[in-house]
Design a protein around this ligand. Structure first.
Ligand code: SF4
Length: 263
C-alpha cells in the first residue's frame, strides 16, 4: 500500500461541470498516480494552467486535506441545486493502492449521501466493496478500453490490472449496486488490434455503457478510416445495449455523419 506524501488545501471544492454526462463534481486530489499516457486530458490541463510542471509531478498525488470541512460549508449552500456529484473528472477517487485516498473518497460519498445527494463514481483503480453499504442510488463505474494487460501497462501504467478492476465492479453489481463502464478513450486498430465484442461481453452485467473515441492522439487520425471505424463500433455498442436493455451513451464527436459522395 502507498500513502500520499503531499497535501494541499483548497478554498472551494464542489463545482458545476460543463461535461456532457456530469452534473456537479469534486476533485479532492491533485494529480493522479495512474499516469495514463493516451494522453490524460486532466494532466494536459494541469500543465497548461501551471498546477504541475512535469509528468513526474502529476503522478505524485496531493490530497486536499480540508476537503471534508469544505463540504460541510458548501453542501448547505448548493444542495438544492445538485442532482448528483461525480467523482472525479480530473483525478481518480480510488487510485490503485492508495488507501488514504480511498478512505477520503468513501467519507466524501458518505457525507454527500447523508445529505441526500447521489454520487456517480468512475475509477481505474479497485472499487472498494464498502461502496455497497452506501446509498443505492449511487452509480459505480470503471474505465475499460482493452483486456490486454500488456496494453494496460503501456497506456495506464500504474492503474489496476483489468481483471481485478472488472471483478471489483462485478462484486458491487452482485451486491445490488448500479454499475456502469466507460469504454473511453477507445483506440483505433493501428494502436492495438483487439476484439471489441470480447470487451463488451466481459461487462455485459452493467446497467450502462458509455463509449467514446480517443482524442488528442495523432495515431488515431492517421488510421485510414477512423471516422467510419468509430461509427461502426458505436453502432455495435447501441445494438449490444438495446438487445440487453442496457442504458448507453455515445460521447459527442464519436459518431460522425457520413460524407456525401458527389454524383
Ligand atoms: S486515471 Fe484519469 S485522471 Fe488519472 S491519469 Fe488516468 S486519465 Fe488521468
Amino acid at each position: 500500500m502507498k500513502k500520499t506524501k503531499n497535501q494541499i488545501t483548497r478554498k472551494t471544492l464542489l463545482y458545476k461541470t460543463g461535461v456532457e454526462y456530469g452534473d456537479w463534481t469534486i476533485n479532492h486530489v491533485q494529480g493522479c498516480s495512474h499516469g495514463c499516457l493516451y494522453p490524460c486530458y486532466a494532466f494536459l490541463m494541469a500543465k497548461r494552467f501551471g498546477k504541475v510542471h512535469e509528468y513526474t509531478d502529476w503522478i505524485k498525488p496531493c490530497i486536499v486535506s480540508n476537503a471534508l470541512e469544505l463540504l460541510d460549508k458548501e453542501i448547505p449552500k448548493y444542495k438544492d441545486k445538485i442532482e448528483s456529484v461525480h467523482l472525479c473528472f480530473s483525478t481518480d477517487p480510488f487510485m490503485y493502492l492508495y488507501d488514504d485516498i480511498k478512505d477520503m473518497s468513501l467519507k466524501i460519498i458518505q457525507k454527500l449521501n447523508d445529505n441526500n445527494i447521489r454520487c456517480t463514481v468512475l475509477s481505474k483503480g479497485i472499487l472498494p466493496v464498502e461502496l455497497s453499504d452506501l446509498h443505492k442510488r449511487n452509480e459505480y463505474g470503471i474505465t475499460l478500453i482493452s483486456l490486454d494487460e500488456k496494453f494496460r501497462k503501456k497506456t495506464e501504467p500504474f492503474a489496476s490490472p483489468y481483471d481485478a478492476r472488472i471483478s471489483s465492479l462485478l462484486q458491487l453489481h452482485q451486491k445490488g449496486c448500479k454499475t456502469w463502464v466507460s469504454i473511453e478513450p477507445y483506440p483505433t486498430p493501428n494502436i492495438i488490434e483487439q476484439d471489441f465484442d470480447a470487451i463488451l461481453s466481459k461487462v455485459a452485467f452493467v446497467d450502462k455503457i458509455i463509449f467514446g473515441r480517443m482524442n488528442y492522439n495523432s495515431q488515431v487520425t492517421q488510421y485510414y478510416d477512423y471516422k467510419e471505424y468509430y461509427n461502426e463500433l458505436s453502432q455495435r455498442v447501441i445494438d449490444f445495449c438495446e438487445d440487453r436493455g442496457i442504458e448507453y451513451h455515445i460521447k459527442d464527436g464519436t459518431i460522425t455523419e457520413r460524407e456525401r459522395k458527389r454524383a
